[in-house]
Ligand binder design. Structure first.
Ligand code: HSE
Length: 331
């Protein structure tokens, strides 16, 4: 069947939580909530115009020079030698600078819509590549989850000089609570400069083992193992914690102690979402049915909120959600 030519498209893109403990720049998961909705329309000239609407409209730039979606589109159009422009309207319902992958979601949404309108037939990995071209360090994790949905594993293959991304269907019984604190992060780019370039061999071995077990537990639907192995990262989280990115006064000791208590007392795992400051709490839905009495996940959320408050911070929002098995899609 011949595809109808169109000059407009609306897409919905899931937020994402990247790293997932030890999987810095490798693992990510798409979230059912929150999402971005993006309307795109072809222009007669080569300009990119952006209008923001929705809950966080005023907090995101409409300047194409500072917008990840616009940067990604420019890279795509330049690469393909296409002289076109777009109008975009973005319903910004993912909170910015909170580690929930808004820049990756914008970039995926713009590329996905342009691919549809211009009939470019981009493959999944090309969509990921162009979307990641606007991310600091071109990290693939957030964009891969927003594009494909589910859990993703990404690789920049320096032997074969190519990108690889694979999706794993999320376990049915897995739930998330996202705690979004009032802590202000300057940028993901700055958070990346805190990381050591060289990694201690013992830390490398532990990170590799934990990442492999995360992949194993997802493939086997083994949520108990997943909660255990995802809870600790020997590389990025401790260093970033010590720089105060996750909140003034919160360091590696306080964070690790909190993670241990959550696991042991409530069977809940905690990871920092992307570069932070949001906290992602992982739980089994079947162990947390609403029955009238307090659920373990509610107590876990309370504990994390209390610890934030102890250091002079507060939670501005708590979202109970779950992995989204679908990535960016046309509305
Ligand atoms: N892997 C990236 C980082 C994710 O932690 O810098 C940013 O959301």
């Amino acid at each position: 069947m011949k595809k109808e030519k169109t000059n407009k498209a609306t897409v919905v893109v899931p937020a994402s939580s990247a790293n997932l403990g030890p999987g810095f720049d490798v693992f990510s998961v798409a979230l059912k909530e929150p999402t971005l909705t993006i309307y795109a329309e072809l222009r007669d000239d080569e300009n990119i115009r952006i209008v923001n609407q929705g809950s966080y409209a005023s907090e995101v730039s409409t300047n194409p020079e500072q917008h990840s979606g616009a940067q990604a589109i420019k890279n795509l159009l330049e690469d393909k030698g296409i002289r076109k422009g777009f109008d975009f309207v973005v319903w910004v319902d993912i909170p910015p600078r909170k580690g929930l992958g808004i820049s990756g979601a914008e970039a995926v949404g713009f590329i996905y819509a342009a691919n549809h309108i211009l009939s470019l037939n981009l493959s999944e990995i090309e969509i990921i590549k162009y979307a990641a071209s606007a991310e600091p360090g071109m990290h693939l994790d957030n964009v891969a989850a927003s594009a494909l949905g589910g859990f993703v594993i990404t690789l920049k293959d320096s032997l074969l000089n190519k990108l690889t991304a694979r999706k794993i269907h999320p376990p049915e019984d897995l739930g998330f609570a996202v705690i979004i604190p009032d802590i202000k992060k300057t940028s993901t780019a700055t958070a990346r400069t805190a990381l050591p370039v060289n990694v201690d061999v013992k830390k490398h071995i532990e990170a590799a083992a934990r990442c492999s077990l995360i992949a194993y537990s997802l493939a086997k639907d083994d949520i108990d193992l997943l909660l255990e192995v995802v809870s600790y990262d020997p590389y990025a989280e401790p260093v970033r914690a010590d720089t105060g990115i996750y909140g003034e006064g919160i360091n590696r000791e306080t964070l690790m102690q909190e993670k241990k208590i959550l696991l042991e007392r409530f069977h809940v795992a905690e990871t920092i979402s992307g570069a932070g400051p949001s906290r992602l709490l992982w739980f089994r839905k079947s162990e947390n049915q609403k029955t009238g009495s307090e659920r373990p996940i509610d107590e876990a959320v309370k504990l994390v909120v209390r610890n934030l408050e102890k250091h002079g911070h507060k939670a501005v929002s708590i979202i109970e959600t779950e992995p989204s098995n679908v990535g960016c899609q046309l509305l």
